[in-house]
Structures are given as structure tokens and as C-alpha cells.
Design a protein around this ligand. Structure first.
Ligand code: ADP
Length: 412
């Protein structure tokens, strides 16, 4: 069974075609600048073929047409015919409290996703465009939707409520939803496999650290708390996002600077975080390099990030009454030995100690745990696309092949 995984943004469409027999990625690619001059597609196959070409994409349907063309014809072909694609799985950013699980697409599901566009204006309308375009190109093959928010449905009310008038929750559904759920779910499951213990008996803290970052407390395989909030701006400081703030800052900054309305959103979403503090870059690599060369603001931004991660780990360990494993994932979590070393320093009191030599190595799965530590620490490369494909397969009645489980066991 071959599943096409789609992640649509307002001007982009990322795709992966996965053969579920062995969970092999046959090809993947990215259509960029859809509806904007300069649109292009990048297409790569598992046997090393790669092409980047300019294409005029007026809309997501144009992008779909081109990627189907590349997948089925010429040197980038991995299937002979579009009919070999059995199902499509879409990533959807916001399912709010409407979608506790992934589900198959029908008109009622599309209407619900659409109704959430008000709280996810950059994401949900784009996902619907992706679903509609897929329907136009692929006809009525099964399509599934997998939500970034679903994994966090298990949070108790004490974790998801904000301490503001209760009516805002009742009337406007204002609460913590949490995001990156597909990633937290994937790495926590993989962590349990690596530990060869049932996830039901484990307390795991998963740190997804990328341009967008969030940390989740996973108790018994269920998210019980997470750092992101009503929107993905909350929680930890990120590349350009502020993370949690004192709400009174808004009126104070408005009085001092005249900033208002959407300008605040842009400031806290696009000009804050690592970029805001360092005034250099939102990219952790640039920040690490600048800090090493003596830039004080870059060093401050890096210190703030590591401190916040450490603080949330301590908080979530306390919230769960202990922790058995900590997982680092995402671009920073998987690649930055500096961030991991700083975060895990002086955590022996909690049973956390990492092997600094292993911490310098690279790989999709690394056990960083130093001898004597009672808490396991892992790097686990996330794979949201595979999780989406597995959910889609399960919804279509198939049983996912445990390729990752095998890979994880082999590496041990
Ligand atoms: P997104 O949230 O957009 O998916 P990623 O998960 O790809 O982002 O993470 C991007 C971040 O990962 C950037 O801040 C980048 O600097 C960081 N990163 C990637 N490689 C390294 C590295 N070798 N060392 C430090 N940070 C890295």
C-alpha cells in the first residue's frame, strides 16, 4: 500500500510517497511560492535522483498536478500510474477540541476544519485547499487528516485551562491546545520501544526543539501537559516567537511605542525569540557561532533558551511525580550538542546525566545516558510523515509495518 503524505501551507506543499511495505520513502519534495511569482518544485527519489525546477503554480491543484507528473514520468518516476497511490494523509495544524483522533475526510470533517480557520488563519485554510486539490486530482481515494493538536487531548483541565474568566473558555474555547502532537507521539512511542518497556508504565519528557519548539509531559503514553498554548506562539522562546509573556506587557508596550493590534502579533511571532534577543538571527547555528565569537546578545539568547528548556523539564518531572526518560528531537534537539549539554548540566539531582562524548555524535537514534544515571536521555529524529502515513493506513484498515521498531532495535 502506498500512501502520499501531504503538508500544505498557504504557499507551500510538502509531500512524501511512502510504501508501507517496509515503510520506505519512495520520493519526497516541496512545492514553494504557490500563487506567488517564482514558484518552484524540488523532487527527490530514494535512489538519489533530485531535481529542482521553476514552475508557475497558480494554486495547490497546479502543484499537485506537477508532483504527480514527476512521480509518474521521467527520471524522477517512482510509480507508473497515479492509481498506485492508495490513500492520502494530510497534516492539519489545528483540530482544537473537535478532533481527539486522526480521521478520514468527509464533508462534515472539512466543514469542522474550516470552522477552526478563525483560530488558525495561516494553516487551516491551506489544509483545506490541499484536501480539495487532492480530491480533484486523485478522485475519491481515501484521505485522512492527522492533527498537531490531537495528542494533547488527554491533558487534564488543570493543565489546559488559563486562569482568566471562565466564560472565555465556555464562549470562545480559549484554552491550551498544544501543537507538534504528531512529533511528541512518534518520539515517545519510539523511546518506549528503545527502552523495551510498555509506554503505559513510563513518564517521558519530549523536547521538540526546532524553529518552533514545544516540550510535552507524556505519562503512560498520554500527553498530560505541554508548553504551547492556544496558539503556537506560547511556551518556550523559539526562533522568532516569544513564548510565554506577562500579558501586561501588551498594554505597557502599546503606551510606550504606539504598537497595536496585528503589529503585536508580528512582533511576538516574527521578531522575538532568538532573533529578538540576539538581533542577529533566528537560526540556532548562527546564534551558537556568534556566541562562540563573543557576541553577548547571542550568548544571552542561547542561555535563555537552555534555561527555559531546563525549567520546563524540571516542572514536568514535578508535575508527573518523576521522569524515566528525556527525548530531544527537532532540528535543534537532534543536532545541537551545545543545547543538549547545557540543558542536561547539573541535573544529577533528578537522575539525569549524559555522556558528553556520545552527545557529540550524530544519528537518528542516540542513547546519551551516562553510566549511573537513573533517567534515560535520548536523541530521536522525529518522523511526523511516517506517523501520518501510519495513521492513514490504520484508518484505511491496514496494520502498520514496524520498520522503525526494527531500526531502533538494530541500533542498540
Ligand atoms: P522547523 O520547526 O521549521 O521544522 P527544524 O526542526 O528544521 O525547524 O529546526 C530548525 C532549527 O534547527 C534551526 O534553528 C537550526 O539552526 C537548528 N539546527 C539545525 N542543525 C543544527 C546544528 N547542527 N546545530 C545547531 N542547530 C541546528
Amino acid at each position: 500500500m502506498k500512501i502520499l503524505v501531504i503538508n500544505c501551507g498557504s504557499s507551500s506543499l510538502k509531500y512524501q510517497l511512502i510504501d508501507m511495505q517496509g515503510e520506505k520513502v519512495l520520493c519526497k519534495g516541496n512545492c514553494e511560492r504557490i500563487g506567488i511569482p517564482g514558484s518552484k518544485i524540488t523532487h527527490k527519489t530514494s535512489d538519489g535522483y533530485q531535481i529542482e525546477m521553476d514552475c508557475a503554480f497558480k494554486n495547490h491543484t497546479d502543484a499537485f498536478t506537477k508532483l504527480v507528473d514527476l512521480m509518474t514520468k521521467g527520471d524522477g518516476a517512482v510509480i507508473e500510474n497515479i492509481s498506485e497511490v492508495n490513500a492520502i494523509g494530510h497534516r492539519v495544524a489545528h483540530g482544537a477540541d473537535m478532533f481527539p483522533h486522526s480521521c478520514l475526510v468527509d464533508e462534515a470533517v472539512v466543514a469542522k476544519i474550516d470552522s477552526l480557520s478563525e483560530i488558525a488563519p495561516l494553516h487551516n485554510p491551506a489544509h483545506i485547499q490541499g484536501i480539495r486539490a487532492a480530491q480533484r486530482i486523485f478522485g475519491d481515494i481515501p484521505q485522512a487528516v492527522v492533527f498537531d493538536t490531537s495528542f494533547h487531548h488527554s491533558m487534564p483541565s488543570k493543565a489546559y485551562m488559563f486562569a482568566i474568566p471562565y466564560n472565555y473558555y465556555k464562549q470562545y474555547h480559549i484554552r491550551r491546545y498544544g501543537f507538534h502532537g504528531t512529533s511528541h507521539r512518534y518520539v515517545s512511542k519510539t523511546c518506549a520501544k528503545l527502552m523495551e518497556r510498555p509506554i503505559e508504565g513510563l513518564k517521558i519528557i519530549t523536547c521538540h526543539l526546532g524553529n518552533g519548539s514545544s516540550i510535552t509531559a507524556v505519562d503512560g503514553g498520554r500527553s498530560v501537559d505541554t508548553t504551547m498554548g492556544f496558539t503556537p506562539t506560547g511556551g518556550l522562546m523559539m526562533g522568532t516567537r516569544s513564548g510565554d509573556l506577562d500579558p501586561s506587557l501588551v498594554t505597557y508596550i502599546a503606551e510606550k511605542t504606539g504598537l497595536h493590534g496585528n503589529e503585536f502579533l508580528r512582533t511576538f511571532n516574527e521578531r522575538s525569540g532568538l532573533l529578538g534577543v540576539s538581533a542577529i538571527s533566528s537560526d540556532a547555528r548562527d546564534i551558537e557561532n556568534a556566541a562562540e565569537l563573543g557576541n553577548e546578545n547571542a550568548a544571552l539568547a542561547l542561555n535563555m533558551l537552555c534555561y527555559q528548556i531546563k525549567k520546563y523539564i524540571g516542572g514536568f518531572a514535578a508535575a508527573m511525580g518523576g521522569v524515566d526518560a528525556i527525548v530531544f528531537t527537532g532540528g535543534i534537539g537532534e543536532n545541537s550538542s551545545t543545547v543538549r549539554e547545557n540543558v542536561c548540566a547539573n541535573m544529577e539531582y533528578l537522575g539525569v546525566k549524559i555522556d558528553l562524548e556520545k552527545n557529540k555524535t550524530r544519528g537518528d537514534v542516540i542513547d546519551l545516558t551516562a553510566p549511573g544515571a537513573t533517567v534515560k536521555t535520548y536523541v530521536i529524529a522525529t518522523n511526523e510523515e511516517l506517523m501520518i502515513a501510519r495513521d492513514t493506513l490504520a484508518l484505511c484498515g491496514g496494520v502498520p509495518a514496524p520498520a522503525v521498531e526494527k531500526a531502533a532495535t538494530k541500533k542498540k
